[in-house]
Structures are given as C-alpha cells and as structure tokens.
Ligand binder design. Sequence first.
Ligand SMILES: NC(=O)c1ccc[n+]([C@@H]2O[C@H](COP(=O)([O-])OP(=O)(O)OC[C@H]3O[C@@H](n4cnc5c(N)ncnc54)[C@H](O)[C@@H]3O)[C@@H](O)[C@H]2O)c1
Length: 443
Amino acid sequence: MNMNHLIAQTKGKLGILLPGMGAVATTFVAGVLAARKGIAHPTGSLTQTANIRLGKRTENRNPKIKDFVPLASLDSLVFGGWDVYGDNMYEAALNAGVLEPHTLAQVRPELERIVPMKAVFDKHYARNLDGTHVKPQTSKLALVEELIADIEDFKQANDCERLVMVWCASTEIYHEAQEVHSSLAKFEEGLANNHPAIAPSMMYAYAALKSGVPFAMGAPNLCLDIPALEELALLTNTPIAGKDFKTGQTLMKTIVAPGLRARALGVRGWFSTNILGNRDGLVLDAPENFKTKEVSKGSVLEGILDGEQNPELWGDIHHKVRIEYYPPLGDNKEGWDNIDIFGWMGYQMQIKINFLCRDSILAAPIVLDLALFLDFAKRAELSGIQEWLSFYWKAPQTLPELEPIHDLFKQLEKLENTLRYLMGEELITNLGMDYYEDVAEEI
Ligand SMILES: NC(=O)c1ccc[n+]([C@@H]2O[C@H](COP(=O)([O-])OP(=O)(O)OC[C@H]3O[C@@H](n4cnc5c(N)ncnc54)[C@H](O)[C@@H]3O)[C@@H](O)[C@H]2O)c1
C-alpha cells in the first residue's frame, strides 16, 4: 500500500478539538503557536523533530518523519474545545501555571481568541470539580446532539477541511463496562434513557465518531474501550486511540523495564510514588478518580516483565503506585521509584530514580503527534483501534484478543514500521543479514 497520493489532501485546515482546556491543552496550543512564530522548539514531538531510517543502513536515508509522511503542517492547525470553566485559553494557561507569563505574552492574542464552548459535565464523574460553564442538564441524547452541532459549527466557522478530537479533560471516576456499553444499539438506547453509566467522555467520543472525527482519549477513563464505541468507529470509518498519555513515571518505567528484561535481571519490587500539585492532582485526590489512574498505570510492568512466562525472574514483583496531591509543586511533578532487582545467584541490587518532571511539558507533544497521526490515519483509510499509536499510551488499546505492548522501544518499532508500510517503504526488521546479502549481491 502506498499513500503518497493522499498528500494533496493535506492542503486545507485541520481543526483540533479539545474537551478540557486545562494545563495540558493550553501548554500544547501555546507551544504550537510559539513554534509557528519561531520562538520555541517543539521538542519531544516525533512528528516535528524525529527522523526515520528508510531502506538499508548503507543507503543513508534518514528523513524527518514530517518530510516522509503527508502530515498536516503546524500552520494549518486551528484549535477549539470545551471546558467547565469559561476562561479563554490565555487565562486558563496563566491559571495552569505551566508556562511563564512572558512566554504566554508572546502568543496572547491568539490564545485569547480561543474560548471554550460549554461543557457536557456530570459532577458524579469528577467530584472535586465545580464547573459553571456547562450545558443545561437535559437528556443525554439531547446533549450529544448539541455536541455534534458544536463540532459542525466549529468546522464551518473556522473553514476546516478536517477535524480531530483529543480528550484533555479531567480523569473520571473508576467504573466498569456494563450491558449498556456492550453494543451501539444498547448505548443509543441508554442515551435516550439517560443511563447513569454513560459518562461525559463517552458522550464526546460518541459525538466525534458520529461526525467521522478521529478521537483520542488522553485520560485513563473507561470511554473508547467499550464495544459500543469500537463498533461506531468501524461503522463511520473513524480511527480511535487510547488511553492515558504516557508521561512522567510510566514513561520511565517503560524505558527502564525493557532494559532489565533484556539483561534477564530479576525484579522483586517496584515502588513508585509521585507528588503533584496541579488541578489534575486535585481531581486525582478523590479516591474514585485515583482508582482509574491506578488501574491504568498498574498493567505496564506486568506487560513487560511477564511473570507467567518467567516466574523465576518476575513471578513475584511487589508493584505499588502512589499519587499524592501536594499544591506547592504545581505542575512540576516529582516522582520517586525504588526498584529492587537481583542478579547472578540471586544477589540483590537497587535502582533509585528521582524524576523531577513537568507533566504538561511531556504531554503537550503527545497531543500534537496524536492529532496529526490520527488525521493521517483517517486519510489513509484506517479505522477503529490504532494499535500502532501504543507508543503514546499508558494503557494502549488493542483488539480484545490481544495483549497490549508496553515496551517503549517495541512500540516505536511498530509505529515506524506502520509509517514505512503505509508509505510503500521496506519494513526494517534489524535482521543482521543485510550486510551479508549486500556482499552476496556484489559477488
Ligand atoms: N499531564 C500529564 O502528563 C498527563 C498524563 C496522562 C494523562 N493526563 C490526563 O490528561 C488530562 C488533562 O490533564 P491536565 O493536567 O491538563 O488537567 P487539568 O485539570 O489542568 O485540565 C483538565 C480540564 O478539563 C476540564 N474538564 C473536566 N471535565 C470536563 C468535561 N466534562 N468537559 C470539558 N472539560 C472538562 C477541567 O475544567 C480542566 O480545565 C487529565 O485527565 C490527566 O489525568 C495528563
């Protein structure tokens, strides 16, 4: 399959719709605007800065991904979204306190023009929030119709050719899939009957997919990973991807654990604790919301250090994750990892990681990459779950019969090979035979 003929379709504007205009969303938009003006570098974004090797090593072909794949350009992006607070993006960015006021001042007029639409909100799903900028609580069916109308109005008003939606709103409470989520027909019946298990994030996703707009789930919410929405994505030929942006401590885990696995070192315990002080931390301070995050973070280690496959090394890992809300830190999260490992003859060793990271600085490029890759996926006629985007997720969505891949390096290989495949390039297997084949050809 070669998708070069789709390059022409990237000419118009791409609208990026963001449910939730808090720390991550405002840092993302301000960064794109600053990069567009040449006053900041989009560091951490694969689509803007990474190279991809093509062909054999001897060919020396390593273009930037953005020069290889027909992605929307930063200049073609427009932004919109919803929030439960009415602040424009400049005010919201100041409140979030991630970027310095002097940086924000340089993109202030553009940020001020982005004003959130009224949100679909249900306090039951985010108990620590008290938003006032919300659509009146009519029926859930009427609310999704309003969201669909918002999407269409935004598209018309901003003269967009295409749209994508990336959820950057708060983490919802933990809940499990029920009968109402099991098929599209039951879900639609549930919307009409105001079923309490239909969360706001599901309503945004439903509205996006109904409109053929690709959707990414940045929080650990139960949302896209229900049969009803997977069915709708396939029905409307729309790509979906989730869930929970992989930043901070989990990113480090999926970098370090593959190394321990590669060296066949044993792991007895992995204790991770975080302190953070932003609004995300406040929402996660409610136990029901923390549980959603805990479950999403929890499966990462087991996915890489498989205790069933190798019980001697990883069969009994004590894995514990803690998140504490500590306002003085603001968005500057601090994470500690204590890793108890063992080596030759069972001798014990320890690794300590102290990561003083900035959550939204790590998340913003992920939002950008997901938006551009999902738009590309739609133009490449891919639909449903986009497992090749696992790289970006703490809990990658896969087909129900498959185990997710968590290892960051395998995820990158999958992403790059998918791009090579779609662009008609040879896949890179790293099979160490290419040198010998070249020599054989020359002989
Ligand atoms: N920052 C990271 O590194 C990171 C990593 C993984 C996941 N996440 C997730 O991304 C999301 C955003 O993080 P953040 O730091 O920007 O949080 P934030 O609290 O600063 O922003 C979230 C915004 O969503 C709004 N909101 C809540 N419910 C809404 C609804 N129903 N409709 C519209 N808006 C709604 C809130 O008012 C708030 O402004 C969170 O769910 C967080 O768990 C963040």
